[in-house]
Design a protein around this ligand. Structure first.
Ligand code: SF4
Ligand code: SF4
Length: 57
């Protein structure tokens, strides 16, 4: 299971990036993306997102 950010829901607040222990969330242009090669699926970002834009796939 990998975590992903729904770009249509994300409001680019940056909260998730600051809470990722392995710095897997990168800002690209105006949006944030989870680098699946770095993510360790800890789930910390999911509970941090104020608009529930992060989900498991
Ligand atoms: S699940 Fe954990 S490791 Fe993966 S992006 Fe979210 S906070 Fe980072
Ligand atoms: S915490 Fe949620 S709204 Fe904020 S940048 Fe991350 S995914 Fe987007």
């Amino acid at each position: 299971m990998v975590y992903q950010i729904d770009k249509n829901i994300c409001v680019s607040c940056g909260a998730c990036a600051g809470n990722c222990p392995v710095l897997a969330i990168e800002q690209k242009d105006d949006k944030y993306e989870i680098n699946a090669n770095i993510c360790v699926s800890c789930g910390a970002c999911e509970s941090t997102c104020p608009v529930s834009a992060i989900f498991q796939k």
